[in-house]
Design a protein around this ligand. Structure first.
Ligand code: GUN
Ligand code: ZN
Length: 440
């Protein structure tokens, strides 16, 4: 599929980063261009700066889209989400393991059928983009069809997505289990078909330690040898009950993270969802390995799993990469603004305050950096892909009255994250093309 990649310019208040707000004062890390211009050529950002400076450099035929009064930032990056659970969001009354059995597994069974998988992938991606999220690390189901359907839907929209087939060869209903060898063979075929095709990237995806044999986890490690830039995603220490289960299933290992380490799965580009119950030893190991922890506070609150100690993970002497994820259907919103809100309240529960520039960084540039994608996405810088999210701080009457009192752009970002959701997303651009769900 080929795309006509547009050339255009966008005018508005531009949000950039001078560096990480965990390494410098957050107010200095955020660089605001109050009346700025982003010039996009063939889908890539070619220049960024003040409107008055740059407007003279624009050829006459290049259109300027006027987003004055709005904030123009990079598209959000959701680093942990299950597209097949789109239909079972907001399911009542269970905690993780019984919720999986009662709601998730029966729904995931339906993704053996490619037509159903494509239908859900289409509406999931349109909703994701409607929330300003342009890249996500996505779990499919055990069925290869679910992966083909998802990447096809992503190709049609030209989005940069990371996704993979779940590997699961035990402790799940028969209808959802593969075998260690079939899981390997199917994943290998999918990697060859999709990894690096257009903007698509593959993640080797063992669901979590309890649903894989040691043999399957070892083969997952071997899959990562196929290409150096493959991703790996799984769950880690989400609930205490699950952690106890892993101890009985893998008595020979020193802990849950060690199960993955033994299979060579703890490395850069590995994304571990949740990590609510990590120990100091785990954090030291993660910092050393350069892997990423995807903090999913909305899901942790919804399923009653506990609260991640964000500032502990980010301690400067052994800083771990942390990103944010919606984790639908464990999470009950696709909005990264809502996740920033819940990350704030989770940090508050530990007596720490997450600055709005810090949470915005985690949801954009920090995630790109953690995943090794910072030269492509996550920042508004020349050379990067023009995946952009336009936010309207006045989207609702309540937001408008709060925005009027904002003392700074970072205060405005705080209000957006506390009060905003998809209504605050005025537009989303994918490589410079404005997303509209009905006109692909
Ligand atoms: N642990 C294993 N599978 C899942 C899942 O689908 N969602 C969540 N939140 N945790 C999991
Ligand atoms: Zn999950």
């Amino acid at each position: 599929m080929t795309f006509n990649l547009p050339s255009l310019a966008l005018r508005g208040t531009i949000l950039r980063f001078a560096g990480s707000p965990f390494d410098m004062p957050p107010q200095e890390a955020l660089q605001v261009e109050p009346d700025g211009l982003i010039i996009v050529e063939n889908g890539l950002i070619s220049a960024v700066g003040g409107y008055d400076t740059l407007v003279h450099t624009l050829p006459h035929e290049v259109p300027i889209v006027d987003h004055r009064g709005k904030l123009i930032g990079p598209g959000f990056i959701d680093t942990h989400v299950h597209y097949p659970q789109f239909g079972v969001m907001a399911s009542y009354g269970e905690q993780l393991l019984s919720w999986l059995e009662r709601y998730v597994f029966p729904e995931e069974r339906r993704f053996a059928e490619r037509t159903y998988a494509k239908e859900i992938a289409d509406s999931f991606l349109d909703s994701l983009l409607g929330n300003g999220t342009t890249t996500a690390a996505v779990y499919c189901t055990v069925h290869p069809e679910s992966v083909d359907a998802f990447f096809t839907a992503s190709q049609e929209r030209n989005t940069r997505m990371i996704a993979g087939k779940i590997l699961m060869d035990r402790n799940a209903p028969d209808y959802l289990c593969d075998t260690a060898q079939d899981g390997y063979d199917d994943s290998r075929r999918l990697i060859e078909e999709w990894h690096g095709k257009g903007r698509q990237l593959y993640a080797v995806t063992p669901r979590f330690a309890p649903t894989s044999t040691e043999e399957q986890l070892a083969l997952a490690g071997s899959l990562l040898d196929i290409a150096p830039d493959l991703f790996m995603q799984t769950h880690l220490l989400e609930t205490r009950q699950e952690a106890q289960w892993v101890r009985t299933l893998f008595p020979q290992r020193s802990g849950y993270l060690d199960v993955y380490d033994h299979a060579r799965l703890v490395r850069p580009r590995s994304i571990f969802g949740h990590a609510v119950h990590v120990t100091e030893q785990d954090l030291t190991r993660c910092a050393h390995a350069g892997c990423t922890l995807a903090h999913c506070p909305t899901s942790n609150a919804f399923l009653g799993s506990g609260t991640f100690r964000l500032f502990d993970a980010l301690r400067s002497d052994r800083r771990v990469h942390v990103t944010l994820g919606t984790d639908i259907g464990g999470g009950n919103s696709l909005s990264m603004l809502r996740v920033m809100n819940d990350a704030y309240t989770a940090a508050q529960s530990h007596g720490t305050s997450l600055h709005p520039v810090q949470s915005y960084w985690l949801a954009t540039a920090g995630a790109a950096k953690a995943l090794g994608l910072e030269t492509r996405i996550g920042r508004i810088e020349p050379g990067n892909e023009a995946d952009l999210c336009i936010m309207d701080p006045m989207a609702t009457p309540i937001m408008a009255q709060r925005a009027k009192r904002a003392e700074s752009v970072s205060d405005l970002l705080f209000a957006l994250s506390m009060l905003g959701d998809d209504r605050a997303i005025a537009a989303t651009y994918i490589m410079g093309r404005r997303h509209s769900p009905h006109a692909r």
